[in-house]
Design a protein around this ligand. Structure first.
Ligand SMILES: *Cc1c(COP(=O)(O)O)cnc(C)c1O
Length: 419
């Protein structure tokens, strides 16, 4: 069966045929490819068509598909069993490795996804501060927990409403929405809700609604405001952690959040998330403290080993090479776009994250995204798909370059674009 008929069949069994909506190719006027194999920088569909993969599982695969060291370690770990529901050394080793390398954390708890990490961070912040409200920014994504599926209300200023059906008004009431880049609004909200705000959540490099890079001064101002109002600053580094640098945006900016959440790269392609911070904050968690959190498959030994062996490869030299791969690839793409019908495009990027956008000026706020984006993107996506180049299948998702996107792949990319 080809991808089209598999997708038709899947529609009968699975809502929308997919297990995560961003896989659905919505607005792309074509059906999702069913993938059956991936290695290095390449992914192959059921029709045996091979693509250079720039989606890379939406971020985790910074080493490319099937990194040999990860594969070997995972295979070896399997020989010892794949779930104990008990203490084991794999997660201890990963925890120790991370805490030795990231200066502002000294306790960490592993969970199974980025969403779970954020959900736990919210509860820790509330438990630790004894306050209920949280601030989040329009244009940042923090997974699909109720408290984060909130947007600014359309009516009265300062009100918020859910961005998904099924989220109660009580929950949306406790999440306050600010605009990215506007520090005055954050200050106003802190004043308006004096003594009520537990935490400010931000993606320090917002990369889930396009790529909306924020200024250093802005992030510093958030840090100061949180300190002043006894609220915790939470960096959601699920996408930026281990991507822009080992220590994520916290390392790049030198700003220390009170809590950090990780996901994606931390599991090397296996389901892992983590929430970390200072012991004083983290120790509110059960069984020491009274903030409850648990997980049957948390710190799964196979996933822990994958994470550790993945993270051990992320040296300073690794990042130089990865960023060089990205520069090379983006200049190839840019040249091709200029010569073709995409000359209005500019590829926004930070380190190995990139976002093709029909807008030349810098952008740091979702309001600045051109309204033509969807229509323009579906053409770009289709042309590249036909050439065997797989972008993230959504106009608002960034692309990812891995260490496997090396010189050979770069030459192949040229071949595919102009060949
Ligand atoms: C991907 C992502 C999440 C959600 O992680 P899942 O593993 O998909 O639940 C949360 N926050 C950020 C910043 C992300 O990029």
């Amino acid at each position: 069966m080809n991808s089209n008929s598999l997708f038709e069949k899947s529609l009968n069994y699975v809502p929308g045929g997919v297990h995560s909506p961003v896989r659905s190719f919505k607005g792309l006027h074509t059906t999702p490819r069913f993938m059956k194999y991936a290695k290095g920088a390449y992914i192959k569909d059921e029709e045996d068509k091979e693509y250079i993969d720039f989606c890379m599982s939406f971020g985790p695969l910074i080493l490319g598909h099937q990194n040999p060291q990860v594969k070997q370690a995972v295979t070896a770990a399997l020989d010892n069993g794949w779930s104990y529901g008990a203490c084991e050394r794999y997660s201890l080793e990963l925890a120790e490795f991370l805490i030795n390398k990231i200066p502002f954390i000294n306790k960490i708890r592993f969970v199974n996804s980025g969403t779970e990490a954020v959900m736990t961070a919210i509860r820790i912040a509330r438990g630790y501060t004894g306050k209920n409200k949280i601030i989040k920014f329009d244009g940042c994504y923090h997974g699909h927990t109720d408290a984060m599926l909130i947007k600014a209300g359309s009516g009265l200023a300062g009100t918020s409403t859910s961005s998904s059906a099924g989220v109660s008004d009580q929950v949306s009431h406790d999440t306050l929405i600010c605009e990215l880049g506007d520090i005055q609004k954050v200050e106003d909200i802190f004043k308006e809700h004096s003594g009520e705000i537990a935490a400010v959540f931000i993606e320090p490099l917002p990369a889930n609604n396009g790529l909306l890079e924020q200024g250093q001064e802005y992030l510093i101002a958030l840090r100061d405001l949180c300190k002043k109002h006894n609220a915790l600053l939470v960096f959601d580094e699920v996408i930026s952690g281990f991507r822009v640098a080992f220590g994520g945006m916290a390392e790049i900016t030198g700003i220390e959040p009170d809590i950090v959440t990780y996901g994606k790269i931390i599991g090397g392609g296996f389901p892992v998330g983590a929430v970390a911070g200072k012991a004083e904050v983290m120790d509110v968690l059960a069984p020491i403290g009274d903030v409850y959190q648990a997980g049957t498959l948390s710190a799964n030994p196979v996933a822990m080993v994958a994470g550790l062996v993945n993270l051990k490869q992320l040296t300073p030299d690794f990042y130089s090479e990865l960023n060089q791969n990205t520069e090379n690839i983006l200049s190839i793409f840019s040249e091709w776009m200029n010569q073709n019908e995409f000359e209005d495009y500019d590829i926004k990027h930070s380190h190995s994250l990139f976002w093709p956008l029909p807008l030349k000026s810098p952008i740091n706020n979702p309001n600045m995204i051109p309204s033509s984006l969807m229509e323009r993107f579906h053409k770009l996506f289709q042309v590249l798909l036909d050439k065997g180049i797989y972008l993230s299948p959504n106009a608002y998702e960034v692309g990812f370059v891995s260490i496997a996107h090396d010189k050979k792949v770069q030459d192949d990319l040229k071949e595919r674009l102009w060949g």
